[in-house]
Design a protein around this ligand. Structure first.
Ligand SMILES: NC(=O)c1ccc[n+]([C@@H]2O[C@H](COP(=O)([O-])OP(=O)(O)OC[C@H]3O[C@@H](n4cnc5c(N)ncnc54)[C@H](O)[C@@H]3O)[C@@H](O)[C@H]2O)c1
Length: 331
């Protein structure tokens, strides 16, 4: 039985804890938060040990999940990897690309596995789109477009000390909210990125220093051009919208549901799995953490093929950092 600890007991940790609780080859041995009340409440809820110092907890566990502010992902992941622990970190891997590269290097040098959460790749809709692209049914990708229009207000940012900052969150709507949809877009197109252009604005949340809105174009080596628009200034958390235009048809992902429409008029629809993949989370986050976490522990235990290799997460980190490289100058 693999003993697991979670570091950070804020908004997302219970999605991880609920997922771990369903596994047969791993158990939740401890939770850690620098806030004693949070750590104690989490330990009581999940009937495990609690810690306020992660260095103490990692003496007792084999694997850790990082549910921490973005700026802590790299240093704490590297420390845990060097201590011989397997690490699953929430997205994004890091704020800086060079830090993410170092994380992967340390993982390789130490042999301690490193994994990054991109749970929406496991949604039925995402799998249908990827399958239809990979088996050639849709033909060559021509173009893509993505829209992430969600709602955040000033109190979302003021409720903690890291969101809405360059040094601790690393940006705004791109690195935090739309990273999932941009990751899916890159994965679906399935080609290396040739060039990125982007602009960023702060239009609706003047209290924060980072972008609340961004748009841009990604040119892929295969020739496909992908366009994106993301804002945290919309009136609600609207379903994400991601379309891949191909030679033989179009794949449209709305939230986690996909429709593939072929040029002859026929279509395929994915099954709706928003609540079926196990653990409850906010609907717009996607609900496939359990499947991704299960895949990671099955890989550790029995060598099951890992679905999202860490090199894939690294490519998405590079894309995000390159969007900031271009976009930040326009803010
Ligand atoms: N995959 C998803 O869909 C999804 C959804 C939400 C959040 N996230 C990600 O999860 C991560 C955490 O986000 P959140 O919204 O839960 O943040 P949060 O601010 O609600 O929680 C972070 C917790 O970490 C604790 N913490 C900070 N420094 C610590 C330290 N040194 N040691 C121990 N504990 C410490 C804080 O006290 C806090 O309780 C982020 O990377 C975020 O992007 C992912």
């Amino acid at each position: 039985m693999i003993k697991v600890g979670i570091i950070g007991c804020g908004a997302i940790y219970s999605v991880h804890a609920d997922a771990i609780k369903t596994l047969t080859n791993a158990c939740l041995a401890g939770v850690c938060d620098m806030d004693l009340d949070r750590a104690q409440a989490a330990a009581e809820k999940y009937e495990c040990a609690y810690y306020t110092d992660y260095k103490e907890m990692i003496k007792e566990v084999d694997a850790v999940h990082l549910c921490l502010p973005h700026y802590l992902h790299a240093p704490i992941a590297i420390d845990c990897l060097k201590s011989g622990k397997a690490v699953i970190t929430e997205k994004p891997m890091a704020i800086k690309y060079s830090d993410a590269v170092e994380m992967v290097d340390v993982s390789k040098q130490t042999g301690s596995p490193l994994h990054v959460i991109f749970q929406n790749r496991f949604n039925d809709g995402s799998l249908l789109v990827k399958g239809s692209l990979d088996d050639g049914r849709l033909g060559k990708v021509i173009s893509a477009r993505a829209f992430v229009t969600w709602h955040r207000e000033a109190d979302y940012y003021s409720s903690n000390d890291w969101k809405g900052t360059w040094d601790r969150e690393g940006g705004g709507v791109i690195i935090n909210q739309s990273i999932h949809t941009l990751d899916l877009m890159r994965w679906f197109v399935g080609s290396e990125i040739k060039d990125i252009d982007a602009t960023m604005k702060n239009r609706t949340i003047p209290e924060i220093e980072v972008e609340d809105t961004a748009e841009g174009m990604i040119t892929f080596e295969c020739g496909a051009k992908a366009f994106f628009y993301a804002t945290n200034g919309y009136g609600n958390d609207a379903p994400i919208w991601l379309e891949i235009l191909c030679e033989k048809g179009t794949a449209l992902l709305t939230a986690s549901d996909a429709v593939i429409t072929f040029n002859d008029g026929s279509s395929i629809t994915s099954s709706h799995n928003a609540d079926e993949n196990g653990v409850e989370g906010k609907g717009y986050w996607g609900n496939s953490h359990k499947i991704q976490i299960e895949n990671f522990y099955n890989n550790l235990e029995s060598g099951e093929e890992i679905f999202i290799p860490v090199e894939e997460a690294l490519k998405t980190q590079k894309m995000i950092c390159d969007i900031y490289e271009k976009g930040r100058k326009t803010l």
